[in-house]
Design a protein around this ligand. Structure first.
Ligand code: CUA
Length: 193
């Protein structure tokens, strides 16, 4: 009969001997590092402000689309390549819908004003990446993420989808215009794609 290891017999080796000093040392280091990373999660959330602390609730994609359309109708000021440009008043709830392969509408915001940005996807997962700033956020269908945002810089920004969502993923570029405190549009060198 072939020599088959069934687990009924003790495995071969020297596993029953006490661990070497070096092994104990490495396990201790790895464990300590695990604890550091574990502590970092709540620390990042509360101290670092790294996690979105806004509102999050379930929403039907159709209902989110409906709400976005109402928002567009209410504050529409223009159009760019068929995408409506919307200028909501400071302090308002603003809506941005992600779908294959576009972001709608184009938001025209005021520097220094606070908004509650509602983000959701209508079909599949998309990624909200505001360029050239380091803003990154997953946009998931079925969830409405309300983020409290205050644009601190005026300029013409691009939203790049950074979650692979299909064949047109690389064309999924949106736009956010931030006007300065005087209400003027400024072109920022880094704001172009
Ligand atoms: Cu949307 Cu990639």
């Amino acid at each position: 009969m072939a020599d088959i290891h069934t687990g009924l017999d003790s495995p071969r080796g020297i596993w029953w001997k006490p661990a070497h000093r070096n092994e104990k040392l490495w396990v201790t280091i790895a464990f300590a590092w695990c604890m550091v990373l574990f502590a970092m999660m709540p620390l990042w959330h509360w101290k670092g402000g790294q996690n979105p602390s806004g509102i999050r609730r379930r929403v039907e994609p159709a209902a989110f689309y409906q709400r976005t359309q109402e928002f567009i109708t209410q504050y529409r000021v223009g159009e760019d390549h068929g995408i409506p440009i919307v200028a909501p008043p400071p302090g308002s709830d603003i809506y941005l819908a992600a779908m294959t392969y576009q972001w709608t509408p184009i938001l025209k915001l005021q520097q220094g004003a606070e908004y509650t940005l509602h983000l959701s996807a209508l079909d599949v997962n998309h990624g909200f990446n505001l360029n050239p700033l380091n803003v990154n956020f997953q946009v998931v269908p079925g969830y409405d993420y309300g983020l409290r945002v205050t644009p601190t810089e005026a300029g013409d920004f691009r939203i790049i989808c950074n979650e692979f969502c299909g064949i047109g993923h690389h064309t999924m570029v949106g736009r956010v215009i931030v006007v300065n405190e005087k209400g003027e549009e400024v072109t920022r060198a880094g704001g172009q794609p």
